[in-house]
Design a protein around this ligand. Structure first.
Ligand code: GLA
Length: 407
């Protein structure tokens, strides 16, 4: 019973209670039917909950801030900080080691970490001891983007090594495989190798959206796939990636997500309003929320942007629908994301200079003329509105609303 979730357990005990009572009478067929239905619906809920990446993965990755300065000590310090900063409680649970951890292969071809990672299994144990999960990075090519050892020709060995270390997540980055052959086959090879280990590992494809990765990513076992080139800690690159996701929404859903790359919030290259735009847009997009800053030296403002529960709730909504643009007028954009409870999240964005009024017309969001609105960043109910709502949005800024049907 350890592996059954509460709904399965409730279904089972309700079933045995009813069956027990029914046995005392003679008409037990109806009860058996009820029990079977309860079991089936419980099992479905269990499958959904236990699905890898049922909602977009949340965590921290070493690349954006530390690049090749990553080490065992850095990873331990980030694991400590993700807990003490409140990030773990907000939902960030994956600690992801990106490029530059690899050493050489042993005589049998097994990969060994370099000197900065003296004992990968001990590091994984440390991360797990904090109730977190650990991820690692490789490439289908002979070399990673940083020039370290890739998995080419060693896919099964590497997958087995990751499983032995109890790794929970693999980012697999095209790098030197580009031009070497059929990349779909290369990604499938590692997807199959991961499955063969029997250990559930989130499989993150990183091939920058080449060959429309979103069309075949899930078929090779991918749980997420990058849709574009690398993010930089700068507004125009971030905006091009984020706003460029429109149209890809049909490829995202529970277990398989479009990935417009990691968060830069807290790295210093953007204003608070620009970082708010990244968080707002990524949540509307149901994008993976992978922080890329130094969690051990995070100020209160950064923490506030990364951990607002109502904002994160939009990203993690269990129906798993990626949002899309419903209006664009020059530098003004309005996006909406349908939510499980029938309400919608609406993002109001100003990509231009100076503050500007941005209006959402409720009909564009598929809503009735009367609505009730809550501002999710401010965590404040705004009241009832008819036909439309307008907010003044700062330069390069965003407002995130939850809009429900009114009466
Ligand atoms: C590529 C990826 C980045 C990062 C680096 C590491 O550029 O897109 O996210 O993993 O490689 O070398």
């Amino acid at each position: 019973m350890r592996f059954l979730d509460e709904r399965v357990k409730t279904g089972l005990s309700a079933f045995s209670l009813k069956l027990g009572n029914a046995m005392k009478t003679t008409d037990y067929r109806g009860y058996i039917l009820v029990g079977v239905v309860l079991l089936l619906s419980g099992a479905r809920a269990w499958t959904q909950d236990s699905m890898l990446a049922a909602t977009p993965p949340m965590g921290w990755n070493s690349w954006n801030h530390f690049a090749c300065e990553v080490s065992d000590a850095v990873v331990r310090a980030q694991a400590d900080a993700i807990v003490t900063s409140g990030m773990k409680s907000a939902g960030y649970t994956y600690i992801l080691i990106d490029d530059c951890w690899q050493g050489t292969r042993d005589a049998a071809g097994y990969i060994r970490p370099n000197a900065k990672f003296p004992d990968m299994k001990a590091l994984a144990n440390y991360v797990h001891s904090k109730g977190l999960k650990i991820g690692i990075y490789s490439s289908p090519g002979p070399k990673t983007c940083g020039g370290y050892e890739g998995s080419y020709g060693h896919e099964e060995q590497d997958a087995r090594t990751y499983a032995d270390w109890e790794v929970d997540y693999l980012k697999y980055d095209l790098c030197s495989y580009d031009g070497m052959g059929d990349q779909v086959a290369a990604y499938k090879k590692m997807g199959d190798a991961l499955k063969k280990t029997g250990r559930p590992m989130v499989y993150a494809l990183c091939q920058y959206g080449m060959e429309k990765g979103w069309q075949w990513g899930a078929s090779v076992g991918g749980n997420l796939w990058r849709t574009d080139d690398d993010i930089r800690d700068e507004y125009y690159t971030m905006a091009e990636l984020g706003f460029g996701q429109n149209g890809l929404e049909q490829f995202a859903g529970p277990g398989h997500w479009n990935d417009p790359d990691m968060l830069e919030i807290g790295n210093g290259g953007m204003t608070t309003d620009e970082y708010r735009t990244q968080m707002t847009l990524w949540c509307i997009l149901a994008a993976p929320l992978i922080a890329g800053n130094n969690l051990a030296a995070m100020d209160a403002e950064t923490r506030g942007l990364l951990t607002n529960p109502e904002v994160i709730g939009i990203d993690q909504d269990t129906v798993g629908m990626q949002g899309h643009r419903i209006k664009q007028e020059g530098p003004i954009e309005v996006w909406m994301k349908p939510l499980k409870d029938g309400s919608v999240a609406v993002g109001l964005f100003n990509r231009g200079w100076g503050a500007m009024p941005v209006t959402v017309d409720f009909r564009d969001a598929g809503l009735s003329s009367t609505t009730v609105i809550r501002d999710l960043w401010a965590r404040e109910d705004l009241g009832s509105f008819r036909e439309k709502y307008t907010a003044t949005v700062p330069q390069h800024g965003a407002v995130l609303l939850n809009i429900k049907r009114g009466t």
